[in-house]
Design a protein around this ligand. Structure first.
Ligand code: 4AD
Ligand code: MG
Length: 430
C-alpha cells in the first residue's frame, strides 16, 4: 500500500521509517548532486530530496529529469525538518518515473479562463478545483447524513420526462424513440408521488435548465438536492431547512476547514452557522427595497440585483416567503390574497437563491386552472393530478442547488468552478 502524504505530514510515520509513495510532480529543482521535488497526491504535498549516494545514478538522473505533472513512485525515508513545508520531508532511496508529462500546458498564473475551460480535463487536478471538489464531497455526504438521521428515504426518480416541472422556457427537448421527451428540471412531481408510500423522501439528481444567458450562478446541468415531506406545512419546512443547511455547513467546515480557507472563504463562519435564519415576506422585501431606493413594483420577481441588495441586510441565509402567485410555479399552494405559500432561501453577500420550495397545492380544480393559465395541457399531467384524487395530504418540498451551496461555502466567484465539467450555453467540451 502506498503511504498517503497527509498521513506522513500528520506524523503517522516515525522518522527514518521507509515507505512508498505515489504522486505527481508539482515542482522540481536540482543543484547537480541533489534534487528537490515537490510531489502531491490526493491528500497533500510534500518535498522529496534525492541525493547522490542515497540512490543509484540512474535514479538521480530520473529525479533530475522530472517535470511538472510527471507521475512518480518512490521509496523514501521520512524525515522531520522544521524548514520543510509541513515540517516533514522525504529522503528518496529509489524513484521510478511512471508516466512522463512533457510541456504540461497549465503552468504559472494568469491563464485566460476560456483556455483553462478548454483544458478542464487537466485543470481538474489543480489545487483550487481539487479543494472545491472536496468541499462538494463533504456537502453531499452531510446532506445524505442529515436526511438519514431524520427518517428520509433516498429515492431514484427518472431523468427523462414527458412534461415540464418549471415551465417550458428552460426545457431541454430530446428525441425519445418516436416521441418528444425532456431532460428533468426537477424531480419534484415524482417525489410528490413517492411520499404516499414513504412519507419523507429525497433525491440527489442532475437537473437541466436551458438557461440562455451567461451568468455566474446558472448552469445548464446542475446537481439538485430535493426533498418532499408528507404532513408538513411551509413554516414547519422552514424550521427543517435551517436545521439542514446549518448541519451541512457545520459538517463541511469541520471536515474541510483548510480547503475552505485556501479558497479565501471563512470556515469559522460556516462552522458556527446555526438556526434561526431571518424570515421576511415578499411584501417586507419590497418595502426594504423601496427604502433602499429600488424601483421594483409589487408583483415583479426578484433578480440578481434585488436578491443581492436584500441579502446585504443579513449575515445569515434569508428566507423570503409568500411571493405573488402570478410569478410562481403552478404547484405552489395558493395562500388566498394573490400569494403562494413558498420560500426562497437567499445566500448572504449576494450569493443569491440557494433553495426554492413551497407547500404544494392540493386542490385539484385550482391545479388544473393554474396549469391552463401557464399554457400547459392538464391532460399531460393526468398522473400527477391523480395524486390529488387518491388520499391526498398536505405536503411541502424544496430543491437546493448543490453548486449554489458549494459556491457560497467556497466563496467561488463563478458557479462553473463548483462542478468538474460545467455545461453552459457556450460550453459542452470537454
Ligand atoms: O427554484 P427552482 O427552479 O425550484 C424547483 O425546481 C422546484 N421544483 C424544487 C422543488 O421544490 N423540489 O430550483 C431549485 C434550486 C434553486 O434554488 C437553485 O439553487 C438551483 O435549484 N438552480 C440552479 N442551480 C444552478 N444552475 C441553474 N440553472 C439552476 N436553476 C435552479
Ligand atoms: Mg427558484
Amino acid at each position: 500500500m502506498l503511504a498517503k502524504i497527509k498521513d506522513i505530514l500528520s506524523g503517522n510515520y516515525s522518522d527514518g521509517e521507509e515507505i512508498e509513495v505515489g504522486g505527481w510532480v508539482v515542482k522540481n529543482r536540482s543543484s547537480g548532486k541533489i534534487v528537490f521535488t515537490t510531489i502531491r497526491d490526493s491528500t497533500g504535498e510534500i518535498q522529496v530530496t534525492t541525493k547522490k549516494g542515497n540512490v543509484s545514478d540512474d535514479d538521480l538522473m530520473t529525479a533530475d529529469s522530472l517535470s511538472l505533472e510527471c507521475s512518480v513512485r518512490l521509496k523514501a525515508k521520512v524525515r522531520t525538518d522544521a524548514r520543510a513545508p509541513g515540517g516533514k520531508e522525504l529522503v528518496s532511496t529509489g524513484i521510478e518515473l511512471v508516466g512522463c508529462a512533457q510541456d504540461y500546458p497549465i503552468f504559472g498564473e494568469g491563464h485566460n479562463p476560456e483556455v483553462l475551460l478548454d483544458l478542464r480535463h487537466l485543470h481538474v487536478r489543480s489545487k483550487e478545483l481539487v479543494a472545491i471538489m472536496k468541499v462538494k464531497d463533504s456537502v453531499l455526504n452531510a446532506a445524505r447524513e442529515w436526511f438519514r438521521n431524520n427518517s428520509f428515504y433516498e429515492v431514484t426518480p427518472p431523468i427523462i420526462m414527458s412534461s415540464s416541472c418549471e415551465g417550458g422556457s428552460t426545457l431541454f427537448e430530446i428525441k425519445y424513440f418516436d416521441e418528444k421527451a425532456y431532460l428533468s428540471q426537477s424531480a419534484q412531481l415524482y417525489l410528490e408521488s413517492l411520499i404516499f408510500g414513504l412519507e419523507n423522501v429525497y433525491a440527489i439528481t442532475p437537473s437541466f435548465r436551458a438557461e440562455k444567458s451567461r451568468t455566474t450562478r446558472h448552469l445548464a446541468e446542475y446537481w439538485h438536492i430535493e426533498a418532499e415531506m408528507a404532513w408538513m406545512g411551509l413554516y414547519e419546512m422552514l424550521n427543517m431547512l435551517e436545521d439542514l443547511v446549518s448541519y451541512i455547513c457545520n459538517k463541511t467546515a469541520e471536515e474541510r476547514a483548510e480547503e475552505i480557507r485556501s479558497l479565501g472563504s471563512d470556515p469559522e463562519y460556516f462552522l458556527n452557522l446555526k438556526p434561526p435564519f431571518p424570515r421576511i415576506t415578499y411584501d417586507d422585501a419590497i418595502r426594504i427595497l423601496h427604502e433602499d431606493g429600488y424601483r421594483i413594483q409589487w408583483g415583479e420577481d426578484f433578480g440578481t440585483h434585488e436578491e443581492r441588495q436584500l441579502s446585504m441586510h443579513y449575515d445569515k441565509p434569508l428566507f423570503i416567503t409568500e411571493y405573488p402567485l402570478a410569478v410562481k410555479a403552478f404547484y405552489m399552494k395558493d395562500a388566498g390574497n394573490e400569494k403562494v405559500l413558498n420560500v426562497d432561501m437567499i445566500g448572504p453577500k449576494g450569493f443569491g437563491e440557494i433553495i426554492g420550495g413551497s407547500e404544494r397545492e392540493t386542490d385539484l380544480g385550482l391545479l388544473e386552472g393554474r396549469l391552463r393559465k401557464q399554457g400547459e395541457d392538464p391532460s399531460k399531467y393526468a398522473w400527477y393530478l391523480d395524486l390529488r384524487r387518491y388520499g391526498s395530504v398536505p405536503h411541502s418540498g424544496f430543491g437546493m442547488g448543490a453548486e449554489r451551496l458549494v459556491r457560497w461555502i467556497c466563496g467561488a466567484e463563478h458557479i462553473r468552478d463548483t462542478i468538474p465539467y460545467p455545461r453552459t450555453i457556450s460550453r459542452l467540451y470537454p
